[in-house]
Ligand binder design. Structure first.
Ligand code: THU
Length: 130
């Protein structure tokens, strides 16, 4: 499972639109029903409108009806890199126990962590029930 997700994240990374940072990122998200959704970062001349690879993958998945996820692989840079804080928060909304596989841009090395360790004491949907 990990190998397949990393491979798909690396593949998605090749599609990144990154004329400004030149920092290409790819992501692959596994839903509970077995589908894999991919994403790449999409930059914009108005820099702040850039969307990260992880959120592109997640929003594609949500728009296709998936709601629960098991694991996400992200591929970028020289060494394994972790999703940014904004992406952690957005992923937490749907899958607070998500497994995050962090790989380098070529998918040669990776390490795995769980979302609660990357975003401890998170604010989420349950907090709004209080
Ligand atoms: N980026 C991602 O796609 N995911 C992350 O988790 C970190 C940052 C993108 C945004 C921007 O296009 C480039 O990497 C440099 O920040």
């Amino acid at each position: 499972m990990e190998v397949e997700l990393v491979r798909k994240a690396v593949e998605a990374r090749a599609k990144a639109y990154v004329p400004y940072s030149r920092f290409a990122v790819g992501a692959a998200l596994l839903s509970k029903d077995g589908r894999i959704f991919t994403g790449c970062n999409v930059e914009n001349a108005s820099y702040g409108l850039t969307v990260c690879a992880e959120r592109v993958a997640l929003f594609k998945a949500i728009s296709e009806g998936a709601r629960e996820f098991l694991a996400l692989a992200v591929a970028c840079g020289e060494g394994p890199c972790a999703p940014c804080g904004a992406c952690r928060q957005v992923l937490y909304e749907f899958s607070p126990h998500l497994v995050i596989i962090m790989a380098d841009g070529e998918g040669k090395n990776w390490c795995t962590m769980k979302l609660p360790d990357l975003l401890p004491r998170a604010f989420g949907p349950n907090d709004l029930q209080k």
